[in-house]
Design a protein around this ligand. Sequence first.
Ligand code: 26Q
Length: 807
Amino acid sequence: MTKWTVEQLVDAIIQHTEKEYNKSIEDATPEEVYYVISQIVSRTINKSWQQTEKMYHQHKPKQVYYLSMEFLIGGLLESNLLNCGMRDQCNQALTRLGFSPSDIYSHEHDPGLGNGGLGRLAACFLDSMASLAYPGHGLGIRYRYGMFEQRFINGYQTELPDYWLKNPYPWETKKSEEAVEIQFGGNVNMFKRRDGSLEFTYENTDNVLAVPYDVPVVGYKNKVVNTLRLWSAEPVNTVTQTKNDDYYRELENNHSIEQLSGFLYPDDSTEEGKKLRIKQQYFLVAASLKQILKHYKTTERKSLIHLPKKVVIQINDTHPSLAIPEFMRILMDEEGFGWEKAWDITTNVFAYTNHTILSEALEKWPIDMIQSIVPRLYMIIDEINERFCQGIWFDHPELRDKIPKLAVIADDQIHMANLAIVGSFSVNGVAKLHTDILKNQEMKDFYHLFPDRFNNKTNGITHRRWLLMANPKLADLITDTIGPKWIKHPRELTHLLRYVEDRPLLEKLGQIKQENKQKLANYIHKATGILVDDQSIFDVQIKRLHEYKRQLLNIFHVIYLYNELKDNPHLEIVPRTFIFGAKAAPSYYFAKEVIKLINTVASIVNHDPSIKGKIKVVFLENYNVSLAEKIIPAADLSEQISTASKEASGTGNMKMMMNGALTIGTLDGANIEIKNLVGDQNIFIFGLRSEQVYELYDSGAYSANDIYQNDERIAQILNQLRDGLVGHHDIEFKDIYYHLLGSNDPYFILKDFDCYVETQQLVDQAYRYNNKWLSKSLINIAHAGKFSSDRTIQEYATGIWNVKEIF
Ligand code: 26Q
């Protein structure tokens, strides 16, 4: 990429503004400047993009395709500037022209093409693949409506549609010439050819055009630009007829076709809209495989037998697992392979990542739905199942009674996780504990069958976005202290360990945190009107709202503190600001009640002068990637308090650690690996462990009611929920009260309450010793290099994909 000077950029911005908007720069709006800079950067990127593609064409390296229903990429202007090596110049150029860089960058609308962790992980992986020069690409869906926009009305979550394409998206390029046609539904006819082989034809299918929109994925200062290809559904023929009945029928039909890429499904378990979700999944899978095979055939001109040497497809959870039968269909029906050969190729191409053990989150689709949407795939899945079950019966008699649990089809449903395991050469969990639970509990019998398939790949985050970009002052301090090597080699951050007693450095670290907190405090004031004390502990829980993540435990601690302060206004505690960010799935009633509870507690606590501002509660609306970038650099305490065994990994824990926050958390997901690195002195661990959780479920020995009877603090809180909170007797949360006691507190909130409160008191004590706290903070940063997604991608590349860097 050409090296830009500040002067050149200033000139380019002025010229582009004149050309595009016929305006002088003084009259340009920040939004126009946003578009102008995006265009300048795009041009720079395009050159490297073409060169990268040329290189792939010439050298024909093995390609990785990351298939995912979600890519939560966040804003691209600043990260593309950073990765192109233009950020500093651009910041200076903008300042010189009288603009605030962060104001300009904030004009980008976050594409909310994902729900949470799984979608953001996919985006971090793209960044790391490009930055490490791996030939790896993303394939996903260009939803017209992304994750809903969250607003609080009277403390309740309401959802607004997120029409992120209202203004042109400057990073995408439509590639109409590479559109492919996809067939849904219809009837399948089977013929026997003279040679005995079978031929399948289809009648009355609904055909849809999948049109790709390509987004560049820019590697960090290495001139590699990979591709994120997002498919959009369009009608095959555009309506051109006169306005008769057919015209309106066609119009309606076209509308339903466009619905295929119409909106992102919020992570939820409702029955509604299942059909459309399956159609979306098949749409992604069918379009992507067509493109992958086309690329293989044009570059290789070899039999598809050799395909596994050149292509690997990672499926992000089971969402794209219809790719397995679809690939079999293509190999057999279109390429003429017999079952065995086709199966051999398929099972050497696919690798599956599991992100959850929660049984309600494991995808199961009713047979009749799959049969009507993709009839030929159903036939193939049925045969996969038959052959697999027979194989167990004959080769693994010890597992015969486990067949109903292992089968791909059972109880008139297709078990997508079982399909994904059977059809892949690799199955990975996303943190050590999670993989162990898969191997020894949830997928134990599969592990017995395929011990070599299972492996762990602990998640990671891109330190470029989450430290270098989001926290530039901290990044500069690190570079001033240990030099710039850590940027390409994040493990080098451990050199910071030499400074854990270095007072001047710790002071600077403290000062940067303070500045970040002031900045967030200003944002909070602007966004909510709440004034927070920037000297208080910023105690942060940001993640999707789920019972197992236990936002309820957090707010119970707040209510407890509030009750204590009401009893004893002189109680000495370090002031705290409890910061929440979370979206609930629109149909998840309980999660929405928790949102209302937190907002209610916030309005009580924040307006009660008797507690003298010692605690404040802030629930920021519409948590998304760009809000995360504001909150994380300012966090002191990172809340990672899921019921042990339930959080597969977590990645917010890594982001906050990397920005110097200390974790309060359970021994769950990647928290365990954080603890093992930083040591017990530099993390606050509490609560049941995963084995204890399993034991309590198995023995049935747990009684939430006993705790309610015996712990006065809990009794008080629960009664307040039942009868109305202090001074607010008209607002009660009976449903939460009855749910906890009636369902015996399935996530052990009451059980873990006592040790949580106790551990929070340790946090309070520790924060008083400023230097010690800062030194713990530095130790966390120093060990965060392990959680760079560069390490994760390196492990996927050597341990699963068998791909090499292109240079
Ligand atoms: C399924 C069916 C129908 C509609 C939606 C869904 C659906 C969508 C999204 C199911 C699950 C998801 C997202 C799951 C997710 O984000 N899991 C998180 O993945 C992270 C990355 O591995 C982990 O760090 C988190 O622990 C895990 O919760």
